[in-house]
Design a protein around this ligand. Sequence first.
Ligand code: ASP
Length: 438
Amino acid sequence: MLKVAKFGGSSLADAAQLRKVKDIIDRDPSRTCIVVSAPGKRFSGDHKITDLLYLCEAHLKYGVSFDDIYEMICARYLEIRNDLGLSLDLESEFDELRRDMRHGLSRDDIVSRGEYFSARLMASFLGYEFIDAKLWLTFNLDGTIDTEKSYELLRIAAEGRKVVIPGFYGVMPDGHIRLMDRGGSDITGALAAAALDADVYENWTDVSGILMADPRIVPNAKTISRVTYSELRELSYIGAQVLHEASIFPVRRKNIPLNIRNTNDPDHAGTMIQESFDDEPVNDPGFITGLAGRKGFSIITITKSGMSSKVDSLRRIVEIFEKYNVTISYAPTGIDCFSAVVENQQLDSRKYAVLAELQKELKPDDITVTEQIAVFAVVGRRMVSRSGSSARIFEVLGANGINIRMISQGPEELNIIIGVKESDFNPAIRVIYENFVD
Ligand code: ASP
C-alpha cells in the first residue's frame, strides 16, 4: 500500500498545523510521499506566503524596496522552524535568495520558493527526504507536462524512500523553473500519485470533503461520502467549487481513488472519488449525490414553423453563436423551436449582434430572450436505475411553486439539468435537498 498525501496551505500555516500533519502521517506508514503547498493564512486577514512572494516580485519590478515583505516571509518560516525545534539553517538560504533577487530572478523562481521552503521544513520535521520538484516535474516547451519523463524521474528518485515534495512548480526543458496555475499543488499531488501508482491520492485540506450542496444555501449540507469522477465533473462544470480538472485527470487516468480529507478533523473519512463503486448498497434510498448550479444565464429561443424539417436549421443557428464566440451551454429543442442556454458573461456584450444575425439569417417567426435564469444540476449515479426520479423532482418543485423554465437530461442519466428564474434558485435547491436527502 502506498499513499500520496498532499497538504494544502492551511495545513501548513503554522507549527501547530504542521504537528497535525505529522500526526496524520505517523498514523499510517503507507503515507510515504508527501506533497506540500506554501504556508497559507493562519487567520482571516492574514496573508498567504505565495501572495507575499508575488508582492515581492512586483516591488522588485517597479524598483520599490521589498525588504519589509521579505522579512515577513522569512519570519513565518523561522517561527515554524523554531517552534518545532528544528535545526535547519534557513538563514543563509534566505540571505542568498535576497541577493539573487536583487540581481534579477524570474517571477516563477521567486514565487516557487514558497513551496520549496515549506517542503524543506516538512521533510526535516518528518525525517523524510526532500525531493525538489525541479528534479522530476518536467514541462514541455508548450507548457504542458511531460508526464512520461516526469513519472520516470520521480519513480527513480522516490523508489523505496519516504519523501516530501514541493507542489506548484516544475522545470522547463532548459532548466528554468516554471509555476503552475494558482492552486497547482493539487496537480503536483495527482502527478506524484500517478507516477508512483499510488493506491490512493489523499488531498488534505480544511474541509471534510465535498458538500452535497452549497452551504450558503443549505447551511447543514452533508458531506458527499462517495462520488464518481464523472459525477464530480458534472458538479464542477455547473458550479461546485471542487478540484481543478488538471488535478483529477492524472489519477483518473490511472484509476487511482482520490480522497479529500480534513487536516483539522482527521477522523472524518471525507469524500472518496473513484471511477465506480462496486460495493454499493442495493437498497440505498438516496439517489442524489449532490446539487450544484449557478445564476447568470439567459435563454434565447428561436421559433419558426417548419424548422424541424429543415436539415440545416440547427447548424446555421449554432454557427452564428460560434461566430460570436458564445458557448451554448445547453440546447433544449422543441418541434419548431430551438433554445440556447448561454452565460450572460459571454452573451452580454454581443447580445444584439447575435440576435440581429439570427434574425437576418433565419427569418424566424419569433426570437425571445429570457434573462435572469439560474441553472442547476441534480447529480446522481443511482438515478439511472430508478424510474420516476425526474418525476419526483419536478413534483417537489411544482408543489413548492417553482416554475421550471428548462430541462435537460443526458441519456446516461447521471444528472438532470434544470433552469429556473434566478429568484427561484435558492428555494429550488433547498426543497430538493430537504425532500431527497435525509
Ligand atoms: N501556493 C500556491 C497558491 O497559493 C499553490 C498551492 O497552494 O497549491 O496558489
